[in-house]
Design a protein around this ligand. Structure first.
Ligand code: UDP
Ligand code: MG
Length: 257
């Protein structure tokens, strides 16, 4: 746990070669957050970009004091970038989104509305602004994923999600696992709901994934998640001899199973 002062919300944003998106993204986030009466920080994680993404994050942090940046030495992937953000987050609630401006920060209040009731809130992109092949492949992927994991997540590819911080940090993550966040959180006993959100076309930069570089890897990851579901355990401690207050704080996650 982080010992610095907590804020209400941390927004975690992985960015790989998204230089042109950082300034407009920062402005639209500031605009959306102005209307929300909560303290917040934004952590943009530069996942080893080869363009000026990091310089742009630095510039944005000078205009908006809420913006913090992390820079990876090399490209490690979207899950690693989310994970680094979760670890650095000071917020009690963690919101995830993409850096490419395809998610709409104006949807954040919709996610927060559900937060008292649920541990994780996932966006569903009702009107996907991607081409037919991407929309169709993602429909098939969600169907197969749900079939094999016995889950009901309509649009796991939508990065716009909100988590209680403990739920985000508790997920055991490996490369590719960002596609299974809700399923992993459920495994840990957290509650998940879904809300419709906006989707915007990508104006700047290029999509990092296509059908070819995603389908096979994502299927292997799906097999791994099935294995995790089968092998997953949850234990309850009935009694402790010589419990100390600070150990209770360290191990307690506030969740009763
Ligand atoms: N991303 C990342 N590392 C990578 C690939 C992507 O941090 O190795 C980021 C990317 O910059 C964007 C988000 O993950 O903010 C989603 O990527 P993209 O928009 O290309 O995915 P798609 O919309 O095609 O699912
Ligand atoms: Mg995108």
């Amino acid at each position: 746990m982080n010992s610095e002062k907590q804020t209400d919300i941390t927004i975690v944003i992985p960015a790989y070669n998204e230089a042109e998106n950082i300034a407009p993204l920062s402005a639209s986030l500031a605009e959306a957050m102005r209307g929300i009466n909560k303290t917040y920080e934004v952590i943009i994680v530069d996942d080893g970009s080869k363009d000026a993404t990091y310089d742009e994050i630095l510039k944005a942090s000078q205009t908006y004091p809420q913006i913090r940046g992390l820079k990876f030495k090399k490209n490690c992937g979207q899950t690693a970038a989310f994970n680094a953000g979760f670890e650095y987050a000071l917020g009690r609630i963690v919101i995830t989104m993409d850096a490419d401006m395809q998610n709409d920060p104006a949807d954040i209040p919709k996610l927060l509305e559900k937060m008292p009731e649920f541990d994780v809130v996932c966006g569903i992109r009702v009107k996907r602004r991607d081409n037919f092949v991407r929309r169709a492949s993602s429909k098939i992927a969600n169907f197969v994923r749900n079939l094999l994991t016995k889950d009901t997540i309509i649009d796991t590819g939508c990065s716009l999600k909100a988590f209680k911080a403990e739920a985000a940090r508790r997920m055991k993550l490996f490369s590719g696992m960002h596609r299974f966040f809700p399923t992993l959180a459920k495994m840990d006993g957290y509650t998940v709901t879904q809300v419709p959100v906006n989707h915007l076309p990508r104006k700047f930069g290029k999509a990092k994934y296509g059908v070819g570089n995603r389908a096979f890897r994502a299927f292997c990851d799906l097999m791994a998640v099935r294995w995790m579901q089968k092998r997953h355990y949850r234990y309850e401690i009935e009694n402790v001899i010589q419990e100390t207050e600070n150990r209770k704080q360290k191990t307690g996650n506030g969740k009763e199973y």
